[in-house]
Design a protein around this ligand. Structure first.
Ligand SMILES: NC(=O)c1ccc[n+]([C@@H]2O[C@H](COP(=O)([O-])OP(=O)(O)OC[C@H]3O[C@@H](n4cnc5c(N)ncnc54)[C@H](OP(=O)(O)O)[C@@H]3O)[C@@H](O)[C@H]2O)c1
Length: 298
């Protein structure tokens, strides 16, 4: 019989790709959506071969029913405290009530377990939910993928194609930054969902690339010398983010406020993955930084 995997957040960017990868691997996928979900997105999931169930996400009993007979519940939900902590707690309680043995929370970020509390708001929400999982009777696996590689295309201070610049903080010109493509994160997540032996934490990255390596690879791809420069000390960057946050209280209700983006960058320059599980599933392949950079720079 096919293994049933229940996915929350299946209409999202990452969630949709996880569904696709699960279907490829022969799983029966049940996507649980809220009543407000766009019917077009539901139609697209059904077309892929997913069973879609609409549920009242406020009711643990309904969530338990939606998670019946599943081998694993995967959350790819995105949001602030009401989603990452409150909703995921109900989803987890529903899974436990339904007797589901395994759960994958919507972490999908840099491994925050050694980071300082207060350094990154969105990581702290994940940490709060993690504490709840870790006293729950369910086997959980967190997937830490660093940043999605796609952000390299968005003209951040790390790589700005418009300004032809590559930046770093502190003395971190040679500090490897972890990037994973969304597709590779999704494929790995599907493998984990089907892997009853998966441990509590799994770090991955399609590639680790330092600002200096980025400079070399951009040069190889374009023939151009981008400006490789130190942006500020890490202490000054932390101070700047604090000021930005204080000056923009509305950002407390925004998922990706400017200061939150700064916090992500800061975390990338203070921690990286040293215990990669890239080799855990033999069939998976990983994009190199050179190939990824070549795919969008000219
Ligand atoms: N490491 C990185 O660089 C990086 C970058 C981006 C995202 N991420 C992470 O990847 C994960 C998925 O993000 P994404 O970008 O794929 O998200 P997304 O495209 O915005 O999709 C969010 C999903 O969550 C659902 N959702 C949001 N609020 C909800 C609510 N209140 N109740 C029920 N469902 C709700 C949405 O359902 P509807 O269709 O009903 O709205 C949708 O399925 C998150 O953990 C996110 O933080 C990581």
């Amino acid at each position: 019989m096919k293994k049933i995997i229940v996915v929350f957040g299946a209409t999202g960017n990452l969630g949709n790709r996880i569904v696709r990868e699960l279907l490829k691997r022969g799983a029966a996928v049940r996507a649980v959506v809220r009543p407000a979900t766009d019917p077009e997105k539901i139609g697209a999931l059904e077309k892929m071969g997913t069973t879609v169930e609409e549920a009242d996400l406020d009711s643990v009993d309904t969530l338990a029913k939606a998670s019946r007979d599943a081998g694993c519940v995967v959350s790819a939900l995105a949001g602030l405290g009401d989603v990452i902590v409150d909703l995921q707690k109900r989803v987890l309680d529903g899974a436990i009530k339904a007797g589901v043995p395994r759960f994958i929370p919507s972490d999908f970020c840099t491994d925050y377990t050694d980071l300082v509390l207060g350094e990154n708001r969105n990581f702290d929400l994940r940490r709060a939910f993690r504490e709840y999982i870790d006293v729950s009777p369910i086997q959980a696996t967190s997937i830490f993928n660093g940043a999605f590689a796609d952000i390299l295309q968005y003209n951040t201070p790390v790589l700005n194609l418009k300004e032809k610049s590559i930046g770093y903080w502190g003395d971190k010109a040679n500090w490897p930054l972890d990037f994973t493509t969304m597709d590779e994160t999704a494929a790995f997540t599907a493998e984990v969902a089907l892997d009853e032996e998966a441990p509590r934490n799994l770090q991955i990255s399609s590639f680790g690339v330092s600002p200096t390596m980025l400079w070399q690879e951009v040069k190889a791809a374009t023939g151009q010398d981008f400006r490789l420069h130190r942006l500020a000390s890490l202490a000054d960057f932390a101070q700047f983010i604090k000021q930005q946050r204080a000056a923009y209280p509305a950002g407390e209700n925004e998922l990706y406020a400017k200061w939150q983006q700064g916090q992500y960058m800061y975390s990338m320059f203070t921690t990286h993955h040293t215990n990669l599980a890239n080799g855990r599933y033999e069939k998976l392949t990983w994009t190199t930084s050179a190939d990824f950079i070549k795919s969008f720079v000219q």
